[in-house]
Structure formats: structure tokens, C-alpha cells
Design a protein around this ligand. Structure first.
Ligand code: SF4
Length: 734
């Protein structure tokens, strides 16, 4: 049976949804429109772990509309969630939700959501499926995974997921199964930033003290649109208090609109800007000599390296006036140490981005921002809190090489980050061995990886593709078995640590249809694979019971309170987990690996005169590739258009609104043009996340185009980051 047809019956009537009043309007619309689903939900929902007496009222849980994981207060009436609000007691929401968070209630009531297990009944991507029972689907998956392990070894199964709280049990499954091959989306995002900060300070990502900051520099981070709720609020408050903000971005983003200086830097050349700032501060003696003397190594090597990187040199590279670079250096020096250069997020834009992130980390050290009020610091939390776990035996020893080349080809890439795009390439080439199966959880590589054609080529090499998700996303569409997970409003996940608090994500309504929590899906599969000893819990509450044991509370107490405070060991701010125990301006690990050990210039490629840099970014209404099928968010931002500056548009005879052909070496798309002054004339911009190919996403299907049809694959040899802005395109009339 074709699920598209089955799903069509339960569709809502589309209603207009007005920006800016999401919450109240959502409640009003839902009261009216969800009634047809209610009966279905009541009939089909299994008993689950929800206590019926708690079904109405306000229940605290955690948002999953993006990775920021804000605290949510869910209002439930007659067993239906009717309103989501920000939890004022959660440090990530501070009482507010962004548009995606408020629209999150449609994840549970999306008529297109997966309702029961499906097994492919036609060619991959044909959309032909048959409904299966959980027993049948799980037996099939377990049987195929056992066959692959028996015929080719467990390393022939690849596992991948987003970085999420359930990762602990997903990784438990792959470790127990015995595969070394695990990928997350991190190499498409912040490998450069984390690798650079690890090598400099020994931390993944320094925290920022906005409350006391007087001067903040961003390079591409767009907090007003790529919303990280609490940090976005902190930025707004800092500006209101008088902090000065500098934004380097080839686009005039909404964050740039709030900045004191918008510097439309030439893409890939922000490294030159930061090297010149270092040069200028050192040349003027405008740095924190005491901090450098006490806490750093490699100062002389740094000073020698940056000698040629003058502001005039950087101006020619960046196309930012020399006097502006000089002024920023002076302002940064005057504000220090109550200042920071933000480490940014999706930083792997060019293969020199690792050097850019190193230069940023080194700058923060030079201005004495580390550990200072208004500067950057180590963040305690997740790793410092000990949670309990069910008993289990040791994992089997794995000797197979990782398909992503870490660490045997990429010794400096942190093991936990990996290089996701390399896994796909290894599946295509069969080197160093041929993968045969791919188990994908809460992830959509068909849209997220560059060069969609190559991702589908990799899928063609596989004998088994399994997908666990809440919707028939584009990757599920090309899978063999699709298993429906309960949405975040219907399930427990493993506990979530934020700072010195432990939070619980808990169901606020019963799981609809036949969806199940990841905790139970992986336990069931593990049992069928003969790995039951690795999943020794009866149900979700039993699993959480093990987790809360060291915290001194019961699961029920935690459910009522929403969170519990824990005592963290004190942090020694100046004990750096680097080989020298100091801030490494010159990195000993980079030197040992024959890489540039102090920040240095690496010339990025540039497009020819007839081509453009292809930029991608974010809008406030969507999260990556996951929210375009949400009706409310779709109506706020239904598709994408190609941004182009009026100069090149006029030179090509292109008019605002007309459809153009955009071509790269990977592929081409046809998309409407948006002519705007808000972008450099050598760049074009496309919002990612559109161009879904799954016909089961009946709202998002065929809306907009996907940048994954254009992006080429370039991997930074040091951090493994995918250089997303290094793709150049031409734009022509249709
Ligand atoms: Fe949800 Fe928005 Fe918070 Fe992300 S930032 S967790 S989408 S409310």
C-alpha cells in the first residue's frame, strides 16, 4: 500500500498563519482543526508510560525543534497538547520559544508523520511501501543486520544520526554490534571550530559572558536568524546595554542589521582579517602581556608568523578598508578583556576555516578574554555530571579501520566528530572496504550532505538501508525499512544536562498511532540481534531510574519538577587540557602532525569572473532540513529564492522574481531570483532545507530547491570539515 495515499486522508485544511502571533493563534487553530485526529489518536495510542491522571495540565519537557533544546511548558487539554510556552526556569529558553519552538506542536499532529513501520515494496525511491507490524519489521532488520555481520563483518554496517540525547543508546547499539562506523552531521557544521579550540585551549567550544561584554566580533554567526534562543536573547540584551557588535558576513543578515559595524568580507578571507588584527595588536603592544606570559606558549613563533599580515595586506584580501580593520583592532584592544571574538558555529566554510578558527582562539587569548568577565571561558556541565546506566558487559573489540579515515588518515580530527562526508565517499569507492548497510536515525543525509547525486549513488551500493524518524523525510524515502519514532512531545529520552541542572524530556501526550520511543526501538532491536545484555532495562522509566540513581531523586520527582540541580566539581579556569597545560598559540600537536602550528595564511580558491560564491545560511523559521513540512512554518517561509546583488543581475539582464538556472560542477537547479543590495556582488545565496524529494512530505515536497544539488564536496585535511562555501556557481536566464 502506498503510504502517501494513506496519509492523505488525515490531512488538515491549510490555514493562514500569521507571523508574530504564533502561540495564541496556534492554540485557537488547533482547538478547531485537530478534532478529526483526536479520535484516531485515542483509538490507536498504546497505553505507554504516561500516567492518565497527568494527561491534562501544564507539563515541563524539552523542545526538539533544533539542537538548542529549550525548556518547554506544554499545556495539555483533553489529552491533546494545545500550546507550548518557554519555560522561564530553563537556561536555554529563559521563558521564551522561537517560532520553530512554538510551531513544534504540529510535529505530533502532522498528518504526514510516520504512523507505523513500513517495508519497501517497490524500487528505492518509488514511494511504494507496505505496512508492517513492529515484529515483522524488527525481525527483518535484525535478520539483515545479522546476515551482513556474518557475511562481511559488523564493520560493513554504517550508523549515523544527528547529535542528540538518544545518541548514548544509539551508540550503545553500534558498539555492541561491533561497527566502528558512526557519523553525525558535525563535520558539515563545526569541525573546524571544535578542533581549533581543542588544540588551543583543550575545550570544545568556549562559553561567552554576554552580560559583561563590551565588544563582540562575529564572523558568519547569525544569531538573529540562526536562533540559539538564550544566546540570541543575550546578544539583544548586550546591545541594549551598550555592547558594540561587529559582524563579518558577505550578506546583510538580520544580525548585521543590529551590529555597529557590518563588514561584507570576501568569502574565505576572514582569516586575513583576524591575522591582521593579531598583527596590529602585537605591533601596538595592545595585548594582555600578563596573560600571555603566565598562560600561553608559542608567543614568539606567533609574532614572527604574523609579521607580514598588515592591515593593508588584509584589506586587499578581504576588501574591507584598511582604516576599518585598524579601527576594529583599536576598539577590541580598548575593550579588552571584556570582549571576545565569537567562535562561531557552522564554521567549515572553506578548507582554510580551521586556520580562521585558530586565529580567533589565539586572538581571544591575546586580549586576555579567557576567564575574564565579558570574555570567554570553559563551560562545565555535560561531561562533569555523572549519570547512572543499566549494567552491561564490555563491548566487543573492534579492529577494523573507520571508513571516515579518522584517525588513520586524519589524526587531528576528534574521534567523536568524525568526517561524515567521507563515509559516503567510502561507500561509493568501497575503500578501505565495502559497506553493505546503513542505519540512519533522526537524520536526513540526502538533503544535508553536499552533492545529492553522490549520496544516492552511495545508497545504490547498499543492501540494507534502515531509517528511524518521525516523518518520511527524503532519506527515509530511499530506505528499505522505515520505523516510526514517537515525537518529542510523546516520548522519554535519556536525561539532558545543561550546566549544573539535569532536565527530563517526557511525554506530554501518549504516543500517537504505532510510534515508539528510540529507547524502546533500540532495546527491541538489540534483543533481536542477540545483544540483550547491552539493553538491560524494562522500559523507559526503568532506564531513567538507572540514570537518576546518582542524583538523589526519583524519576517521579524529576518528572514533577522538570529538572534537578547537581553539584559540579569546581573548574580550574587556567588548567588547560593541552599537551603543555597552557594555551597553545603554537600547537605542539599540529607541529607533530607537520601542519602549520601557528595561525597562518592559506589562500582560498576564488570563482572566475563569470561565477559566484554560493553562500548558504539560515532563516529564523526553519531548522536545517527538518521543519519545512510543518504547516505553520511553511506558511511563514514556504520556499527559497536565489539572492543576487543588483549589479550582476543587471549585467546579466536578470529581473527580480524571474526563474534562473544555477549551475555548479555537481548539478543545477532552477529557482526564482531575489535581487537585493543585501549581498556582495560576487556572491549568491540560497537558504538550505528546501527541495525535498519525498512525496510523503506533502507540504514541503516540491517547495524550493536544495543546495545539496549544487554543493561540491571539499574536506579540510586538518579538521575534516566540509567546506560548504567553496562551491562556485554560474547563474543564467532559463
Ligand atoms: Fe526550540 Fe527554538 Fe529553543 Fe531551538 S531555539 S530548542 S527551536 S525554542
Amino acid at each position: 500500500m502506498n503510504p502517501v495515499d494513506m496519509l492523505q486522508d488525515a490531512r488538515f485544511t491549510r490555514r493562514s498563519f500569521v507571523a508574530g502571533s504564533l502561540g495564541a493563534l496556534a492554540a485557537a487553530l488547533l482547538a478547531e482543526e485537530l478534532s478529526p485526529l483526536t479520535a484516531f489518536a485515542e483509538d490507536s495510542a498504546p497505553a505507554g508510560p504516561m500516567d492518565p491522571s497527568r494527561r491534562d495540565g501544564v507539563i515541563d519537557t524539552i523542545c526538539e525543534m533544533c539542537v538548542w533544546r529549550c525548556g518547554v511548558r506544554a499545556t495539555v487539554r483533553d489529552g491533546r497538547v494545545v500550546k507550548l510556552d518557554g519555560n522561564p526556569d530553563h537556561p536555554h529558553s529563559l521563558g521564551k520559544l522561537c517560532p520553530r519552538g512554538q510551531a513544534g506542536l504540529l510535529t505530533a499532529y502532522d498528518p504526514d508523520r510516520l504512523k507505523y513501520p513500513l517495508i519497501r515494496a517497490g524500487k528505492r525511491g518509488s514511494g511504494l511501501w507496505r505496512r508492517a507490524t513492529w515484529d515483522e519489521a524488527m525481525d527483518y532488520v535484525a535478520e539483515q543486520m545479522k546476515r551482513i555481520a556474518g557475511d562481511y563483518g559488523p564493520q560493513a554496517m554504517v550508523f549515523s544520526s544527528t547529535h542528540n540525547p538518544m545518541q548514548v543508546q544509539f551508540e550503545n547499539l553500534l558498539n555492541a554490534y561491533g561497527s566502528p562506523n558512526y557519523g553525525t552531521q558535525r563535520s558539515l557544521c563545526f569541525n573546524a571550530m571544535i578542533t581549533a579550540n581543542q588544540l588551543t585551549f583543550g575545550v570544545d567550544e568556549p562559553g561567552r559572558d554576554y552580560a559583561n561584554a563590551r565588544y563582540i566580533v562575529y564572523a558568519g554567526r547569525n544569531l538573529a536568524e540562526a536562533i540559539s534562543n538564550s544566546e540570541t536573547q543575550e546578544l539583544v540584551d548586550a546591545i541594549a546595554r551598550g555592547a558594540k557588535v561587529v559582524v563579518l558576513d558577505p550578506r546583510f543578515t538580520k544580525t548585521a542589521a543590529k551590529a555597529h559595524r557590518w563588514l561584507p568580507v570576501r568569502p574565505g578571507n576572514d582569516l586575513a582579517f583576524f591575522l591582521a588584527l593579531i598583527h596590529e595588536l602585537l605591533a601596538n603592544g595592545d595585548y594582555d602581556r600578563a596573560f600571555v606570559a603566565r598562560h600561553t606558549v608559542g608567543f614568539e613563533a606567533l609574532k614572527a608568523e604574523v609579521e607580514p599580515y598588515t592591515v593593508e595586506w588584509a584589506s586587499a584580501k578581504t576588501e574591507i578598508p584598511a582604516e576599518t580593520i585598524r579601527a576594529v583592532a583599536a576598539e577590541l584592544g580598548a575593550a579588552r578583556p571584556r570582549a571576545f571574538v565569537h567562535p562561531n558555529w557552522r564554521t567549515s566554510n572553506f578548507i582554510n576555516s580551521f586556520q580562521t578558527e585558530r586565529a580567533i582562539a589565539v586572538l581571544n587569548a591575546l586580549i586576555g578574554a579567557w576567564g575574564a568577565p565579558g570574555g570567554v571561558c570553559e563551560v562545565s556541565g555535560e561531561s562533569a555530571v555523572e549519570l547512572g546506566a543499566p549494567p552491561q558487559p564490555p563491548y566487543p573489540r573492534v579492529s577494523a579501520l573507520r571508513l571516515d579515515g579518522v584517525p588513520w588518515k586524519y589524526p587531528l580530527v576528534p574521534l567523536k566528530l568524525g568526517i561524515f562526508q567521507n563515509i559516503r565517499e567510502a561507500v561509493i569507492t568501497g575503500q578501505p572496504y565495502q559497506a553493505k548497510g546503513w542505519f540512519i536515525y533522526r537524520q536526513n543525509p540526502v538533503l544535508s550532505l553536499p552533492d545529492r547525486g553522490r549520496t544516492l549513488e552511495a545508497f545504490n551500493k547498499l543492501e540494507l538501508i534502515v531509517n528511524v524518524d518521525i516523518s518520511m523525510n527524503d532519506t527515509a524515502w530511499y530506505s528499505d525499512v522505515v520505523l516510526p519514532e514517537a515525537t518529542y512531545l510523546e516520548r522519554f529520552d535519556p536525561l539532558i544536562v545543561v550546566g549544573d541542572r539535569v532536565f527530563i524530556r517526557q511525554p506530554v501526550i501518549k504516543p500517537l498511532f504505532e510510534s515508539r520511543s528510540g529507547l524502546m526501538i533500540f532495546q527491541d532491536l538489540g534483543t533481536r540481534l542477540g545483544l540483550k545484555d547491552f539493553f538491560q532495562y524494562k522500559d523507559e522509566l526503568d532506564y531513567l531510574g538507572y540514570q537518576v540513581k546518582p542524583l538523589g531523586v526519583s524519576v517521579e520527582e524529576l518528572r514533577q519538577a522538570g529538572s534537578v540541580k547537581v553539584k559540579l566539581p569546581p573548574i580550574d579556569t587556567y588548567l588547560f587540557r593541552t599537551p603543555s597545560g597552557k594555551v597553545e598559540l603554537k600547537s605542539s600537536l599540529l607541529a607533530a602532525a607537520n601542519q602549520d602550528a601557528v595561525p597562518t595564511w592559506q589562500e582560498p580558491p576564488r570563482p572566475t569572473a563569470v561565477a559566484f560564491y554560493l553562500l548558504t545560511g539560515k532563516v529564523a523559521q526553519h531548522t536545517q532540513f527538518a521543519t519545512q513540512n510543518n504547516r505553520y512554518l511553511h506558511e511563514l517561509e514556504p520556499g527559497n529564492a536565489l539572492w543576487m546583488n543588483p549589479g550582476p543581475a543587471a549585467a546579466r539582464g536578470l529581473a527580480d522574481g524571474e526563474t534562473v538556472v544555477v549551475k555548479s560542477r555537481s548539478g543545477e537547479v532552477r529557482v526564482p531570483l531575489r535581487v537585493t543590495e543585501a549581498i556582495r556582488s560576487d556572491c549568491v545565496y540560497l537558504t538550505p532545507g528546501f527541495g525535498h524529494v519525498s512525496k510523503a512530505l506533502m507540504t514541503a515536497f516540491d517547495s524550493g530547491v536544495s543546495d545539496s544539488d549544487l554543493h561540491e564536496t571539499f574536506t579540510d585535511p586538518v579538521s575534516g570539515g566540509q567546506a560548504l562555501s567553496q562551491t562556485f556557481v554560474t547563474v543564467e536566464k532559463v
